[in-house]
Design a protein around this ligand. Structure first.
Ligand SMILES: Cc1ncc(COP(=O)(O)O)c(C=O)c1O
Length: 362
């Protein structure tokens, strides 16, 4: 691939990493930005200081939600190397989301190169402690000002970086989940398999209701029959049964998680019986009653693995593994984080190395 020429408008670094990073609250010095128009296609790739965006009040994404986003991470390994986890797969998924809502696709290789360039410029912002990382938020939105419902003609693609804390600073913490049959997140042939704001807007009321009742998040059932398990909060879900590990088959309303995909590959390598199929909430309740439910866990970029300690469906309350993380959950978390931080060889070629070099501004 040819070298990409970016316009780089640099500002003096003001790296200030607070003791408590939290999640998504702090942003690095720079962002990457690129524009799209019908005439020029994607053009004007620029790295510039993070600042407010000029947005016309009639911008189409504000009114009709024509936007897509991603969430991925970069890690600083003990050697000082900086790596991205499956960034290519995240940009491919961004394109899959874009296709469904009439947003022009980006070039995946170009996006990976742009991201590497941006991270190199802000590399001092990458936290160094084990478990911490640099969260990356790519997003695209329709900008042209027009108040009718139709696809936008102009778009902006942005890469934003945010240093984040370890998800489990004090060790694995199982979550308390409410199975909701009051709300649905997405329906087949809708937007559930896209990372687009509409899905997250649709999830807010259910999430808040669960929190008010003392739960951490909700488990989503399918939008048609409210019978089959789909996802947990903003994670994919795995049900560990006595003779098989089940994760819901991708059906159009489930987001195809990159962590889900990685966990499936690891479980296959470990010769475990991982099956992608429909699984109803009643089957899970029966398995619990018969002593065949070993555990439940969620998978996603933020938490990596999130053990479910308690599951409530209507008046059925289930305590899983005495509210403790399961052996498999711990093993998978260890495996994935060891790959991230370079403690284990990346035999799958999931990591993309960010070359650290001098920055040349123009
Ligand atoms: C709705 C939803 N499901 C699943 C996931 C997990 O996907 P990934 O493993 O790619 O982070 C996410 C997070 O991106 C999500 O928002």
């Amino acid at each position: 691939m040819e070298t990409i020429q970016f316009k780089i408008k640099e500002r003096e670094s003001r790296v200030e990493l607070p003791e408590s990073l939290g999640f998504g609250k702090i942003f690095t010095d720079h962002m990457f930005e690129m524009d799209y128009s019908e005439k020029l296609g994607w053009h004007n790739p620029t790295i510039r200081p993070v600042e407010d965006l000029p947005v016309h009040p009639a911008s189409m994404f504000i009114h009709y939600g024509q936007a897509v986003f991603e969430g991925l991470k970069a890690f600083r390994q003990q050697s000082g190397d900086v790596v991205l986890f499956r960034a290519d797969k995240h940009f491919e998924r961004l394109n899959n989301s874009s296709r469904k809502i009439c947003i022009p696709e980006i070039d995946v290789d170009f996006a990976v190169e742009a991201l590497k360039e941006l991270i190199n410029i802000d590399k001092d912002w990458i936290p160094t402690k084990h478990g911490e990382s640099l969260y990356i938020r790519p997003f695209i939105y329709g900008v042209d000002p027009f108040l009718g419902v139709k696809p936008a003609k102009e778009f902006k693609f942005i890469l934003l970086l945010s240093p984040v804390a370890a998800y489990y600073p004090e060790g694995f913490k199982p979550v308390k989940i409410l199975v909701t049959d009051e709300y649905v997140r997405a329906v087949r042939k809708g937007l559930g398999d896209c990372k687009t704001p509409a899905n997250y807007a649709a999830s807010l009321m259910a999430g808040q209701t669960a929190i008010k009742k003392g739960f951490t998040q909700v488990l989503w059932l399918d939008g048609v029959e409210q019978k089959y398990i789909e996802e947990v909060g903003t994670m994919n879900i795995f049900i560990n049964l006595k003779n098989e590990i089940v994760t819901p088959k991708l059906n159009g309303s489930i987001l195809p998680g990159i962590t889900r995909r990685s966990v499936i590959e690891i479980l296959k390598e470990w010769n475990m019986n991982i099956v992608e199929r429909n699984i109803s909430i009643n089957e899970v309740v029966d398995a619990y009653d018969n002593g065949e439910l070993v555990g439940v866990f969620g998978t996603g970029t933020a938490a990596i693995i999130s053990p479910v300690g308690w599951l409530t469906f209507k008046d059925k309350q289930m305590t899983l593994n005495d509210g403790q993380p399961g052996e498999l959950d711990k093993k998978l978390f260890e495996e994935l984080t060891s790959i991230h931080y370079g403690l284990k060889e990346d035999t799958h070629n999931w990591l993309i190395h960010v070359e650290q070099k001098e920055v040349v501004t123009s």
